[in-house]
Write a protein that binds this ligand. Structure first.
Ligand code: MN
Length: 351
């Protein structure tokens, strides 16, 4: 029968039939020498439909060709299994992608299975609007494997939206596998915030800092930050700042042009040199620290460390009996010193 009729009866377009002929899968029974017109045998209808079904199932051309030469039900079963495996891998990858982009949705951290020993954090978070600001644009995350603070900025609801996005993505993405998970979460947050700032009315110019610490197998903690929210570690009574601020005043302190104390009073102390939501890409500071039982971490926004000296922070952390008491005392001190900004502290003890 001519190609037009064969096409109609098989349900395959002439174009598709020509491509199967070119691939050597379904060669016309005859080709008219003068016109080049193609003719197919009725017996080729089944092959045509079989090829098409296998193509729709994603089977490669070379494998279809071998099946046509030697049709076998066992081969089809094998492909069915491979497709199941492939589909479940792709579903798993999509679930991971969904965790990275979904916001305002409760996402449980992936369950840890088996052998690896994961240090546990006993953490407490406090966030206070302070005595001057009209809303609290800080946000915190407080779980037993990951903690974070974010200090949002921007008009209207922008700061709160940006900080919440950053916290949600950190929560969704970190499973304790690697520091790269935290860095990827921060990058994803940056894109999500920038995109929303561009497309949603009232959110223009929003941004946020982020500082996150996550416990990993092997007794380590991953710490990442962008902006001027900080992570500190108190060990054996000694306080150490683990992060560098990305702010104008911090740059001046690093260049020796300002002292730490002057920086906390500087009129431009709020000017950041890096933040999430500002550009399409962002530099993320990341480090991995060994930890021991008894270590006490503090993550906080500038509303805390601009009100308390490092010595005060150290003394409170060293004397508080537990994470709850430490977070309470730190925020209470910042309020009593003026509370000129939103104040957020997360204290996490390694157990
Ligand atoms: Mn702040």
């Amino acid at each position: 029968m001519p190609i037009g009729e064969f096409s109609e009866r098989s349900g395959l377009s002439a174009k598709r039939l020509r491509s199967y002929a070119t691939a050597g899968l379904l060669v016309p029974a005859a080709v008219d020498a003068s016109s080049g017109y193609r003719y197919y045998a009725p017996g080729q209808l089944r092959d045509a439909q079989l090829i098409d079904a296998l193509r729709a199932a994603g089977v490669p051309l070379a494998e279809i060709s071998s099946l046509l030469r030697d049709p076998s039900a066992a081969q089809l079963e094998e492909w069915a299994e491979l497709i199941d495996i492939d589909a479940s891998q792709r579903q798993e990858a999509l679930r991971a992608a969904r965790r990275l982009v979904e916001v305002g949705h409760d996402v449980l951290p992936a369950t840890e299975t088996g052998e690896r020993t994961m240090p546990t954090l006993t953490a407490a978070a406090r966030s206070d609007i302070g005595r001057v600001r009209e809303n609290n644009e800080d946000a915190a995350l407080c779980l037993d494997h990951v903690v974070a603070v974010a200090d949002g900025m921007g008009g209207h609801a922008g700061g709160e939206v940006a900080a919440a996005l950053a916290i949600t993505l950190v929560e969704a993405a970190f499973t304790g596998q690697s520091v790269d998970e935290l860095v990827a979460a921060v990058r994803a947050a940056n894109r999500a915030i920038a995109e929303r700032a561009d497309t949603m009315a009232g959110l223009e110019g929003m941004g946020t800092t982020i500082c996150a610490a996550g416990a990993m197998a092997g007794g380590q903690v991953a710490v990442v930050n962008v902006g001027d929210s900080r992570a500190y570690l108190l060990r054996d009574g000694e306080l150490r700042q683990l992060t560098e601020d990305h702010s104008l005043t911090a740059e001046l302190v690093r260049r020796g042009e300002l002292t730490e104390a002057e920086a906390t009073q500087h009129p431009h102390r709020n000017v950041l040199t890096r933040a999430l939501g500002v550009g399409t890409t962002v530099d993320v500071d990341a480090a991995v620290h060994d930890i021991r039982p008894g270590d006490r971490f503090l993550l906080c926004t500038d509303g805390l460390f601009n009100e308390l000296t490092a010595d005060e922070i150290s003394a409170v952390l060293a004397s508080a009996p537990d994470a709850d008491a430490a977070a309470d005392a730190l925020v209470g001190r910042a309020l009593s010193h003026g509370g000129s900004d939103n104040i957020t502290a997360v204290v996490a003890d390694v157990t």
